[in-house]
Structures are given as C-alpha cells and as structure tokens.
Design a protein around this ligand. Structure first.
Ligand code: F6P
Length: 332
C-alpha cells in the first residue's frame, strides 16, 4: 500500500502506544506527525497498541488527527496490554500488516514489557527499524532517568497530598496514601520527599515500624497533630499501616488509594517538551540508520541505547534519592 498524501517515494513510519497510558502521549503523537512530514516521511497511527498491529488497525495520519490534542492526557490512538502478542503466530500477522502498509520505521511508546515485544518483532521481521520511547508513570526502566508521563503523575500526586494535608491537619488524623508504581518505589519516594510527608515506605528501603512508633509518639506529645504516610503499591500494606497508626501511635487514621487518577490529567509543560524531544530523537535515529534502539534520557541528555541494555536490566532508583529516602527510617 502506498501512502496516499505525498506520493510513493516517501517512507512510511508508524507509531503505537502500549501498556499503561501516560499524559504526554498525545504531545508525542503531535510531534510524530509534524516531524515526520518535516523529514519527508508519511506518518501512520497504529490504534490500540500491539492488538491493533495484529488486527491491522493501521491508518495514515495527518495534521487534522493531532489538532488540539496536546493538552489532553491519555492517548488518542489508545493503548492495550496484548496477550496475543506473546504468541509467534500473532506477531507474524503483525509483521505482515506492517509490510502491507510498507511501514519501514515503527516507534513504540511503552514500558519494558512493550520493549521486549518490540525486540521480538525486530528479530522476526526484515526491513523494518524499531525504536522505543520510555513511557510509564512507574519510572522503572533501566538506562533512562526519565520516562514520559512521570512529571504529570508526580504533580497529580502532589495536588492530592496537598489536599489531604488540609483535612488531616484540620481533623488530627493520620493519612496513609498509596501511590502506583508497580514494583518500583520512585513515585512514592519523590512524592513523599516533595510533599513533606512524615513517612515513606517503598520496596527498595527496608523499614522498622518500631523506630517510627517511638518517634511519632514523642512528636505527638510535643504537639504534632497529624501524619502523612506515603506508601508504594508494591508493599500492599496501606491498610496494615493505617491500623498500626491507630493501635501503636494512637491517632485516628484513614487510607487513600490514589489509583488511576495518577495516570491522567493535563500533561505538564515538562512532559510536553520531553514528548517532543523523545520523538525527535527517535526519528533522527531512524534517519541515521538505527534499527532497534531505545531513546534514553540522563544527565548528558538523550541517547539511543541498545534494547538489551534497557529492557532486560533492572531499574535502580538514583542513589542520592534513595539516601534521602533512608532518612525516613531514622526518625528522631
Ligand atoms: O504501569 C503503569 C501502572 O499504572 C502501574 O503503576 C499500575 O500498577 C498498573 O499500571 C495498573 O494497571 P491497570 O491499569 O491494568 O490496572
């Protein structure tokens, strides 16, 4: 199939979103369409993630598709977690669909599970180049310090904790606030630090409740009226910690599970800008000849890394942040 808008000499490039959606994906789609045209490429949207790749839900994209979407969370082309994509026969179908649309480049926005799927596709296809853009609120991808959507999620959490603090301080209560993040404590740790929480429990840092107990009881004697505890969903202990506040610290307590509000909302300026940068580097990489890479962000800026160095390694939280997090366990 030849692209309809610009003539057959343009190379076709596709994009899909996979796994949990993040705010900033729409900004990435906008940049994708505009920068593709600027570079003489014909952009295609693959709707519904890898599911849409299997089902041939692939459509040429134009400026009209991305008008007005930059301020919206989620993703206009939808996302999915595809079980079928684990099976070779469906991946074969996906490759056939890419060839049928003559797509030479494919960008995948997602997390490491999506990148592993992308790598399989790359090994099982010829003549198609692939590039991953880290996009998950969990910020749990090795090799990159930043994943698209994290800043918006952190700002949503900050707003929620600031509101909860209002009622906590008015009512003399403890609030145990659970954040998302899967097995990674990044969201909980950064949120606790930047919201002035009194307690932060994440899987990366061992904790002893007794240490908190003595300190918190003493603080209450000295006039402290409320507590904010931020706990990572990985620990599955929000209810237990709330009961501990009531039984051992002696303060009424409530649990707030922030849940999926963390995944949505108006993308921050930072996420819009990062979306533009990630997509620009992905497309520039293709034009340089990169065939299967992940665009990573670190102190030195953006780098295309080999997929093996990203999707198959464990993410470790920045040691300095962890050092700050450990101070929670040493309450005075
Ligand atoms: O990976 C993003 C994430 O939001 C995690 O933080 C969370 O554990 C999971 O997805 C929730 O998945 P679902 O939307 O399928 O409930």
């Amino acid at each position: 199939m030849k692209n309809k808008e610009k003539g057959s000499q343009m190379k076709n490039i596709g994009i899909l979103c996979s796994g949990g959606d993040v705010s900033g994906m729409n900004a990435a789609l906008k940049r994708f369409v505009e920068y593709s045209f600027a570079k003489g490429l014909a952009p295609y949207f693959i709707y519904n993630g890898f599911e849409g790749l299997i089902d041939n839900d692939i459509h040429q994209a134009g400026y009209h598709d991305v008008a007005g979407i930059i301020s919206r969370g989620g993703t206009k082309i939808r996302s999915s977690r595809s079980k079928r994509f684990m099976e070779e026969k469906y991946r074969r179908q996906a490759v056939e669909n890419l060839h049928a649309h003559d797509i030479k480049y494919l960008i995948v926005l997602g997390g490491d599970g999506s990148f592993k799927g992308m790598q399989k596709l790359s090994q099982e296809s010829r003549g198609i180049s692939f590039c991953g853009i880290p996009a998950t609120i969990d910020n749990d991808i090795a090799g990159t310090e930043y994943c698209l959507g994290v800043d918006t999620a952190l700002n949503v959490i900050r707003d929620a904790i600031d509101s909860i603090r209002d009622t906590a301080s008015s009512f003399s209560r403890a609030f145990v606030i659970e954040t998302m993040g899967r097995q990674c404590g990044y969201l909980a740790l950064v949120s606790a630090l930047t919201s002035g929480a009194e307690m932060c429990l994440i899987p990366e840092i061992p904790y002893e409740l007794e240490k908190y107990q003595n300190a918190f009881r003493q603080q209450m004697k000295e006039g402290r009226g409320y507590f904010i505890a931020v706990v990572s969903e990985a620990l599955k202990n929000a209810q237990q910690i709330s009961e501990w506040f009531e039984a051992k610290v002696g303060i009424e307590s409530r649990v707030v599970i922030l849940g999926h509000i963390q995944r949505g909302g108006n993308p921050t300026v930072y996420d819009r800008l990062m979306a533009f940068d990630f997509v620009t580097h992905a497309i520039d990489g293709f034009l340089r000849g990169d065939s299967c890479s992940i665009i990573c962000y670190g102190k030195g800026g953006f780098h295309a890394k080999k997929i093996e160095d990203v999707a198959f390694k464990e993410y470790e939280i920045n040691p300095f942040l962890l050092r700050l997090g450990k101070e929670y366990g040493h309450q005075k």
